[in-house]
Structure formats: structure tokens, C-alpha cells
Design a protein around this ligand. Structure first.
Ligand code: ATP
Length: 378
């Protein structure tokens, strides 16, 4: 089984714990993305898998075998680094096959694998060039090729596309997916780019401050965030998190309130919630210049042009709420009315910032057709 299992894994540098009690399993053949802000411990986790960092406490298993003390060279991993780390004095071909030669792989087999990656990563014709004679995108493909020819069980990538421009990143992700489909390796991929994570991952591990915040599919990370951090980290502009009070079947925000439907009323009463926070994504609201039933009134503070639509920042009784609008004709200080979609509400416990959960009947679906308040059909 090409599986990686963390069992109470910790990593400290001196007195500083940079990875705290990790417990999760990376499944055979999956594309797992380690996502999180700078310094959260992503690279450290990847380097522990690669055997480039010691584990301070706990156990790490690969292929069912405990590998805490197994050196990197014996872990059946290949790794691609952010800076490519190509050998500058070797040609493209030499760079790609160097590892295989060291391992004394049969000559014919080396040629076969070389042909395969040159073809797949569009490097034909570049075999005899030195890295300095290549563009950034080509160098990155050579680094991918060098890791791919090893055909190891585990393919580890540390921000491999961050030096590429947006277009090249899209095509490189496609190539990576192709490699994955053909070779079926278990991929662990570090990035701080949520778009990369959402488009490439089977599952995402979201890290913050050395702690795992959530591990789940991109859909669930977006629609069912485990806590406030996840809700705010995923999505742009970030999820609105508002202070609220519970009224009688309603949510009070500042001096205003809107009614909850029966599903939410039941959910909230079931968990016996005390103090809650209310979450709603900017894209899950309706914004209007005229009052909306069951909505909130705010004043426009700022409008951000996002190309195909606008982020409108409102002051709602002293709290900021961002809504999306197709038109940019909003002016500062103007009254605006916003209605959060009930099917897209999130509630979090105020003390722990953990999600309270969702009514069972509210499925995670991409396309929803809104009828009226709180009623939804798929
Ligand atoms: N050799 C080291 N000695 C001391 N502290 C370290 C060492 N390597 C990393 N750290 C610290 O450990 C924490 C996690 O670092 P890590 O590189 O894993 O973060 P990251 O999430 O990959 O960040 P980035 O996205 O910026 O690369 C950081 O606070 C970093 O300063």
C-alpha cells in the first residue's frame, strides 16, 4: 500500500514546536495538498516524509512500514523543489537520468523512461541543453521529468509551480495530472495557493500554526469549513464572520435581525448553542439598493473591482460585511441591502471557533436554484 500514516507526529526546533500532533493518513494514489499560510509547517511535513528532517515525536509509516529511522534514499520517494535544484553543469538528459544511473537501472529501461517523459513533458529537442539555456517553465518541466523517471511510490512536490506565470501554472498542473493518471503515485504537494489546491487536490490538508485545521475534499473545505480559520482562508474575498446574538428563531446582528428557517432553528436548538458567530461567503449573498426581505441594511465603505464582478464592503451596524455585485455603481456612504442565502449559512461556536454543523437535509451541491427564503430545490 502506497500509504503514508502520521501517528502523533511532532516536530520541534529547540523549544519551538512547529508541527503539533499530526494524525492522518494519506491514501494510496491520492493527490493530497498541504495548504496554509507561510510558516505554518507545510514544508516541514513534506521534508519529514522525504526523510530530510527528523521526527521529534510520534511515528511515521510509509507502505505500512515505520520509517522514522529509515534514511531518505531508502524511502522510495521522489521530490521536486521550488527552485528546481537542477545540476547546472549537466544537460537536460543528464539531469533527468542521473538518479537512474546512480541506481544502476538497466540502460534500455533508462532510454525507455527517458523517451516517455521527454514526450509527455514536451522536452523533445532540448535534451542537450544546459539548464541556463532554458526558460523557467522548461526548467520546471525538467525537474518534474527527473522526479517522474524514478517511478517512485511517493511523489513529493514543494511549491513546484510558484516561479511560473499564471498561464504556465495551469498547463503544468495539467501535465502533473497526466503524470499522475499514468503512474498512479501517491502525490503530496505543498502550496500556499488556494486556487492550486482547489483545482489539483483529491483532498486538502489545511494547516495553521503547526496544527491541522481540516482534512477533506476541496468541495467540503469550501462548503463545510471545520472552523473559522478554514472559512476565512479558503475563498476570496474571505468569508464574512460576524458577531451575532440568537433571537427567537432569528439571528441578530447589531440592531437588525433576520429569521431562520425550521432546519436551522432545529439544528441550533439541538446543539444547545450559547454564543455563536455567523458566517456567510460574499458570493452567497444578494445585494440591492432597495430593501430586501429578511436582509440587512449597511452603508457602502469601499468597492473592489474583481474583473467580472465587484466586492462591495459594507458597514453593518459597526461590523464589516462583504457582498458581491455585478455592477460597480456603488458610492461610499450609500445605503445597501444584503440578503445572505439561508442554504449557505455557517455558524461557529464563539469560544472554540469550530463549526456547529449543518442540518442533514442541506446537501453539499454546486448548483442551487433559489426559490424563496430558505426553500431550495436542486
Ligand atoms: N531549520 C530550522 N530551524 C528553526 N526553525 C525552522 C527551521 N526550519 C523551519 N523552521 C520554522 O518552522 C516553521 C515552519 O516552517 P515551514 O518551512 O515548514 O513552513 P511553510 O508552511 O512551508 O512556510 P512557507 O510557505 O513560507 O515555505 C517556521 O516558523 C520556520 O521558521
Amino acid at each position: 500500500m502506497k500509504e503514508i500514516k502520521f501517528e502523533h507526529v511532532k516536530k520541534s526546533y529547540g523549544d519551538t514546536e512547529v508541527v503539533k500532533d499530526l494524525n492522518f493518513t494519506i491514501k494510496e494514489g491520492e493527490r493530497l495538498i498541504l495548504l496554509g499560510p507561510s510558516g505554518c509547517g507545510k514544508s516541514t511535513i513534506l521534508r519529514m516524509i522525504a526523510g530530510l528532517e527528523d521526527i521529534t515525536a510520534g511515528n511515521l509509516f510509509m507502505n505500512g512500514q515505520k520509517v522514522n529511522d529509515i534514511p531518505s534514499g531508502k524511502r522510495n520517494v521522489s521530490m521536486v523543489f521550488q527552485n528546481y535544484a537542477l545540476y547546472p553543469h549537466m544537460t537536460v538528459k543528464q539531469n533527468i537520468i542521473y538518479g537512474l544511473k546512480v541506481k544502476k537501472v538497466d540502460k534500455e529501461e533508462i532510454e525507455k523512461r527517458l523517451e516517455f517523459v521527454l514526450e509527455m513533458l514536451q522536452l523533445k529537442g532540448y535534451e542537450d541543453r544546459l539548464p541556463k539555456q532554458l526558460s523557467g517553465g522548461q526548467r520546471q518541466r525538467v525537474a518534474l521529468a527527473r522526479a517522474t523517471v524514478k517511478r517512485s511510490d511517493f511523489f513529493l512536490l514543494d511549491e513546484p509551480l510558484s516561479n511560473l506565470d499564471a498561464q504556465l501554472r495551469v498547463s503544468a498542473r495539467k501535465e502533473l495530472k497526466k503524470i499522475h493518471e499514468m503512474l498512479g503515485q501517491t502525490i503530496v504537494y505543498v502550496t500556499h495557493d488556494q486556487i492550486e489546491a482547489m483545482t489539483f487536490a483529491d483532498r486538502i490538508v489545511l494547516m495553521y500554526n503547526g496544527e491541522l485545521q481540516m482534512i477533506d475534499t476541496p468541495e467540503n473545505v469550501y462548503h463545510r469549513p471545520a472552523n473559522v480559520f478554514t472559512a476565512k482562508f479558503i475563498g476570496s474575498p474571505p468569508t464574512n464572520i460576524l458577531e451575532m446574538e440568537l433571537g427567537d428563531g432569528s439571528v441578530k446582528i447589531g440592531k437588525q435581525s433576520f429569521l431562520l428557517n425550521d432546519l436551522w432553528k432545529q439544528q441550533i436548538s439541538q446543539i444547545g448553542a450559547e454564543e455563536l458567530l455567523f458566517g456567510i461567503r460574499p458570493e452567497h449573498t444578494e445585494l440591492s439598493a432597495i430593501p430586501l426581505p429578511n436582509g440587512l441594511r449597511g452603508q457602502v465603505k469601499y468597492v473592489e473591482n474583481q474583473g467580472d464582478n465587484y466586492g462591495v464592503y459594507l458597514d453593518v451596524d459597526g461590523q464589516e460585511l462583504i457582498a458581491m455585485s455585478e455592477n460597480g455603481n456603488w458610492h461610499d456612504g450609500q445605503d445597501a441591502y444584503v440578503r445572505p442565502f439561508m442554504e449557505k449559512f455557517h455558524f461557529f461556536f464563539k469560544n472554540t471557533e469550530k463549526n456547529i454543523g449543518y442540518p442533514q437535509q442541506m446537501k453539499v451541491v454546486e448548483e442551487l436554484h433559489y426559490l424563496e427564503e430558505g426553500k431550495v430545490t436542486v
